[in-house]
Design a protein around this ligand. Sequence first.
Ligand code: ADP
Length: 182
Amino acid sequence: MTGPGLTSHNAPRIECVLGDITHEVTDAIVNAANSTLLGGGGVDGAIHRAAGPALLAACREVRRLQYPDGLPVGQAVATTAGRLACRWVIHTVGPNWRWGQTDPALLASCFRRSLQVAQEVGAASVAFPAISAGVYGWSAAAVAKVAAEVALGERTGWAGIKSVRFVLFSQQVFEAFQRAFA
Ligand code: ADP
């Protein structure tokens, strides 16, 4: 039994959905960026196209003020979101399997740091893509496993976050996430 003084917070609701993350109306969406933060292909390109030039301008400011050498792999940083429906874009740099970055701890750090940054800016709902499952070459199953370990395994640690959504762009990746979260 819990009383008012005993419950710290409720763990967030966690969902996996098939869809386009640029249409999410969560407080924050996570971008699978590259360390330059100056745009790329895949979900990064889609987010920048949907957000418009204000997002690129915000990223340039982050580079100038915080990360002149680029955002390191496994780190995350928030910016405003331009024309997107969400309030923040949280940029994180996934490990690139093709460059030998195969340590799951690096990918876990992307999910964990993004959730910490969401907490810092006060975002109560966060949407993630399948970080590193595209050009960066990780298998969907490996990404889904790491995402589930962080989201389910650490779900009591995210005070203030009410909803975490994994928004998967293809049926194959969606099914991998469904299996990992089942
Ligand atoms: P990375 O370089 O980290 O691998 P990619 O953007 O190449 O990033 O791919 C990551 C995942 O994002 C892939 O599963 C890809 O299909 C997916 N993706 C691409 N566009 C979108 C989108 N608009 N919404 C959600 N996911 C997307």
